[in-house]
Design a protein around this ligand. Structure first.
Ligand code: IPM
Ligand code: MN
Length: 385
């Protein structure tokens, strides 16, 4: 199935290692497009970026969001300190400036889901000593549109001894319900995919019954009770529509402990914006590190607005420009983008699968070696032949 529509991608290399990992993604996307005649095209934008800020005094053009809205997806390398760290005279911006386009895109295009899978893949570094950690396979879903990230507040009497800073968190029932429902849908889908692959996982419930999938909700309701209670109530309401999916609740601090102690016990995890942010760096490390951790920011309701695909890692200024960055996370992220665009185009969905499998096979075969960014790209390109 292909409705003949060309998919247009805005490619944003960004800062630091961003351009290096994006280069590998584009090599592989070109190969897939040429081999399979994919109806895919992309444009490389030199903004948002710190370099663009240096030239124009802002991270992106004033109508940047409007321009980006014309695309079907955004593939982003990284934003932040461009490095190299050893150059003290490099042009560096405060994080709040260099990273703000990320938040503007997430909010502007209502990318309310952030999906961060954390699966211990063969060949990836296993930081945890317990051999059961090899079975870690979870999907952390982060609320991406509100919560702690609404950016409301201010500073009163700035710089004076009596200064007051406020930072308001906003949780809506609407936003809560949609992210929790999305988590249940994904859990159900994961169970179906496991069945199709002849695998099963079982999650024991409090009443001793068992389910083949599970959603764990994260809160801090023992201290942050208002949104914590609302999350809990909405979770229970939504769960009633999914009797086939198991449920569990963890406080964020206990979840951090259990992610390290027994990450293989989690399936789908759903968390608020900030708690999900913190938890996904931890999840990335316990499943191989930031070099292999993909991420995407999705608007599942409105595909006329672009979703954004960027790995969990940042601009890594310590290794920027040295051909040392691991492009694996970027490549898994690019595969996820093809899969997303492939919802209405089976050729893209097949290309997504082929790319994902090639990256995973390369990791399994060579993950223990230290290789350059381009050498990893070369090896995966070879697998696509
Ligand atoms: C992430 C990042 C961003 C976030 C920063 C750069 C604003 O940490 O994508 O996880 O907090 O969302
Ligand atoms: Mn983060």
């Amino acid at each position: 199935m292909n409705n003949g529509k060309k998919r247009r991608i805005a490619v944003v290399p960004g800062d630091g290692i961003g351009p290096e990992v994006i280069e590998q993604a584009l090599r592989l996307l070109s190969k897939l497009r040429d081999d399979r005649g994919l109806t895919l095209e992309w444009e490389r934008l030199d903004w948002p970026s710190t370099a663009w800020h240096q030239a124009h005094g802002r991270m992106m053009p004033e109508d940047g969001l409007k321009q980006l809205e014309q695309y079907d997806a955004i593939l982003l390398g990284a934003l932040g300190d461009p490095g190299p760290l050893r150059d003290p005279s490099r042009y560096v911006l405060p994080d709040s400036v260099s990273l703000s386009p990320l938040l503007e895109m997430r909010k502007g295009f209502d990318q309310w889901v952030c999906e961060r899978p954390a699966r211990q893949l063969e060949g990836a570094r296993q930081y945890l000593a317990d051999p059961r950690a090899a079975d870690t396979d979870m999907l952390v879903i982060r609320e991406n549109s509100e919560g702690e990230y609404v950016g409301q507040g201010g500073r009163l009497r700035q710089g004076q001894p009596g200064e007051i800073a406020t930072q308001t968190e906003i949780f809506t029932r609407f936003g809560t319900e949609r992210i929790i429902r999305y988590a249940f849908e994904r859990a159900r889908k994961r169970a179906t995919e496991r069945q199709q692959a002849g695998e099963t996982r079982t999650f024991k419930q409090l009443d001793d019954s068992e389910r083949e999938s599970q959603v764990c909700i994260i809160t801090k309701r023992n201290a942050l009770r208002y949104w914590g209670d609302m999350y809990t109530e909405v979770f229970d309401e939504v769960a009633a529509d999914y009797p086939d999916v198991g449920t569990t609740h963890e406080l964020i601090d206990a979840a951090c402990m259990k992610f390290v102690q027994a990450p293989w016990q989690f399936d789908v995890v759903v968390a608020s914006n900030l708690q999900g942010d913190i938890l996904t760096d931890l999840a990335a490390v316990i499943s191989g590190g930031l070099g292999v951790a993909p991420s995407c920011n999705l608007n599942p309701d409105d595909r006329s607005r672009p979703s954004m695909f960027e790995p969990t890692h940042g601009s890594a200024p310590d290794i920027a420009g040295e051909n040392k960055a691991d492009p694996t996370a970027m490549l898994f992220t690019a595969a996820r983008m093809l899969d997303w665009l492939g919802e209405e185009d089976s050729a893209l969905a097949e290309a997504a699968w082929q790319l994902h499998e090639a990256v995973a096979a390369d990791l399994a075969a060579n993950g223990d070696q230290t290789r350059s960014t381009s050498a990893i790209g070369d090896a995966i390109l070879e697998r696509l032949k």
